[in-house]
Design a protein around this ligand. Structure first.
Ligand code: ZN
Length: 430
């Protein structure tokens, strides 16, 4: 039996009514209990009783990450601390972390929603699940942990360990499913190859990956190297953690959990809704959260609604894989380009995950894009003529896809500066 699937097959009309009722009660809760939201409602003259349809949500201003930060640590909690049974924080790569709380009921719903995502990704009670997310304040590990237990699977809370230890556990404990970031899965896969272990000797069948943007090409690489079915999932601590959206085994976009969240996609410049199917910034309103409800939260994540119904039968709409962050969106000569689109081209040409950085400059009024690409061993060993050929292929591909002429430069391995574990993808010097 597929976990909970009936609940994901609600008629659209019934869903709209459910969303409206939940929105009304969320609005009353924040107006009563969260001074930040009460001030906003009073300032803009918004009557909490005036929400007659879900579209009325447009009256409410957006909540930004900054709003959450400014209320550190407990300013946005809508219940007293004695009703909070769990506290997490957002990973916060920049600035102050955002502290989020959960009531007992919040944890129950979180667990259910993660169980749905796991089930959609092929997991059943017969699975042995290795969780290779960092346990701690980060929501990823705990979210999946409780969801997997709810399904009845056997959970191995490995956390982050060196890849060889992960592989020993994969082998000895006969793990059937792994949960991690896609880049960590790839690290394990490459270590497996280095250790000369045949992936077919493992029991691994499924991988659920999230917490960072990844490409279709990377999915194929992980699936081939680990001999698994890999699905994408999405969540964020500010909203709940994992369980906000996840792919089914059709692997054609992530179903969004519309009975507990309301989703919008806006143009990050104009803040207006994008046209049907266009890419923009994902905005989420929580509809069931008690301890930490948020209204129209600007996630900073770029995606689009996918049209049509999914063959799997779930009626919840789907979003496309996350294409990157709004901060990374490049506007050059009137065009919007996402680093992930450049990355997909580099990946395809180079045949592996590229380390790169995009630098934007302005000379005599004209904008230019320079791409720094770190040399891998393969490129390094190539003769000069082949390097030149590689650079030309990249330039031609970008020119044909975007009508944009760019400079591409090969740089030494590890020479692009990292912030923590991550390379800053775009440096705008204009
Ligand atoms: Zn589906």
């Amino acid at each position: 039996m597929i976990w909970d699937k009936e609940k994901e097959c609600i008629e659209r009309e019934e869903l709209a009514q459910l969303q409206l009722e939940k929105l009304q009660s969320t609005i009353h809760r924040v107006y009563r209990n969260v001074p930040f939201y009460r001030r906003i409602f009073d300032k803009y003259g918004i009557d909490p009783d005036s929400f007659g349809s879900i579209e009325d949500i447009n009256k409410i201003p957006f909540t930004t990450k900054n709003d959450l930060r400014e209320n550190y640590p407990y300013g946005l909690f809508a219940v007293p601390l004695r009703e909070v049974v769990r506290i997490h924080t957002s990973s916060g790569t920049t600035g102050m972390p955002i502290v989020v709380g959960y009531t007992k009921n919040d944890l129950k719903i979180w667990t259910e929603l993660v169980a749905r995502v796991l089930s959609a990704g092929g997991i059943t009670k017969d699975d042995v699940i290795q969780i290779a997310f960092n346990y701690g304040l980060f929501t990823g590990a705990f979210g999946f942990h409780y969801g997997a237990e709810k399904i009845g699977a056997s959970v191995i809370p490995v956390s982050i360990e060196n890849p060889k230890k992960q592989i020993k556990i994969l082998q000895d404990y006969r793990t059937t499913a792994i949960i991690s970031t896609p880049s960590y899965a790839l690290l394990i896969a490459n270590t497996l190859i280095e250790m000369d272990i045949n992936p077919n000797s493992l029991s691994l069948r499924f991988g659920l990956f999230g917490a960072e943007p990844w490409s279709e090409r990377m999915r194929q690489e992980i699936e081939e190297k680990l001999k698994i079915t890999a699905t994408d999932n999405y969540g964020l601590s500010e909203i709940m953690g994992p369980g906000v959206a996840g792919e089914c085994l059709e692997k054609k976009g992530l179903h969004i959990q519309e009975d507990h969240f309301f989703f919008e996609i806006i143009d990050p410049q104009t803040l207006e809704p994008v046209k049907e199917g266009e890419t923009g910034e994902l905005v989420i309103t929580t509809l069931s959260k008690e301890a930490f409800p948020v209204l129209r939260f600007r996630t900073g994540d770029l995606t689009r609604f996918l049209p049509g119904e999914c063959p799997c039968g779930r009626t919840f709409r789907r979003i496309d894989r996350i294409m990157g962050r709004t901060d990374d969106m490049i506007i050059i000569r009137g065009m919007k380009i996402f680093p992930s689109q450049i990355e997909a081209i580099l990946y395809e040409i180079e045949g592996k995950q590229p380390n790169y950085q995009i630098i934007l400059e302005r000379h005599s009024g004209a904008d230019h894009m320079n791409i720094l690409l770190e040399m891998s061993e393969d490129i390094f060993s190539d003769v000069m003529r082949e390097q030149t050929q590689l650079l030309n292929t990249i330039k031609e591909r970008i020119a044909s896809e975007f009508g944009l002429s760019v400079n591409v430069k090969l740089v030494e391995k590890h020479s692009i500066e990292k912030i923590g574990e991550k390379i800053k993808r775009v440096i705008d010097k204009r």
